[in-house]
Design a binder for this molecule. Structure first.
Ligand code: PGA
Length: 237
């Protein structure tokens, strides 16, 4: 595990963007696992900036996002597809056919979860997975539970996750109660993991994730077992 203490959010974002851009420059047709939430916004802004300067080319890059809310259409302003379009995809030269996000509107959720796992397998797994961490220790939307969820699955979001995500919605009652998330297996099989954490409010959970017991009650704690994990934290160590 490599732990990097960033000076601030901008520094965290630039350092993480450096690792992602190095991956894309070295292996242009790599598979990037991407994340949503407030933490990666600065990383995406930095990547867009370097793209505009001609330093990175995403023409061959494949992306696979961690999760999506159930019931929200791709065009819904709070859908994760919309978030990714806004912050990254619309601003770079990625081929739309190489963008993958679970379909939150799929009629058959179980079939959609299976399709997503097959898709990840068909692209050869992930080269680099970007992760954030929730206050309850979730990675993707893998919430605290009695066992780790191996495969892509439909989860009922915990109260703390719903409360944390309510800030993005006009009314807390609009926060979807369920989401489709990549499972722990695909995340752990990613050849590299990059965890970004920002803010003193994540200090306690980051300690548990990195140094506490490995338990499905703190789903992110499993990344301690990953052989190529980089953590970049600002104000959270
Ligand atoms: P945040 O979310 O970046 O908005 O704090 C992280 C997460 O819940 O994984």
């Amino acid at each position: 595990m490599k732990i990097v203490r960033a000076k601030n959010y901008a520094d965290m974002s630039r350092k993480a963007a450096n690792i992602i851009s190095a991956q894309v420059i070295m292996v242009p047709d790599c598979v990037l696992g991407l994340a949503t939430g407030s933490t990666p916004i600065g990383i995406y802004a930095q990547l867009v900036d370097w793209y505009n300067k001609g330093d990175i080319d995403f023409a061959q890059t494949v992306t696979v996002n961690l999760d999506e809310y159930c019931g929200l259409d791709q065009s819904h302003p709070q859908s994760y597809r919309h978030f990714m379009d806004e912050h990254l995809f619309r601003q770079i030269n990625i081929d739309p056919k190489n963008i993958h996000i679970p379909d939150g509107k799929a009629a058959d959720t179980a079939a959609e979860c299976r399709r997503y796992d097959e898709l990840i397998e068909s692209v050869g797994g992930l080269d680099l997975q970007l992760l954030g961490i929730g206050h309850n220790g979730h990675i993707g939307f893998n919430e605290p539970a009695d066992a780790f969820s191996e495969n892509t699955n439909c989860v009922t979001l915990g109260q703390s996750t719903i409360a944390a995500n309510a800030r993005f919605f006009t009314d807390p009652s609009e926060v979807p109660r369920q989401a489709i998330t990549m499972g722990i297996k695909a995340i752990m099989q990613s050849r590299k993991l990059l965890l970004v954490v920002n803010g003193a409010d994540k200090k306690d959970i980051l300690q548990k994730v990195l140094f506490g017991p490995i338990t499905p009650q703190v789903p992110g704690s499993i990344i301690q077992l990953h052989p190529d994990l980089t953590v970049i934290a600002a104000d959270a160590l």
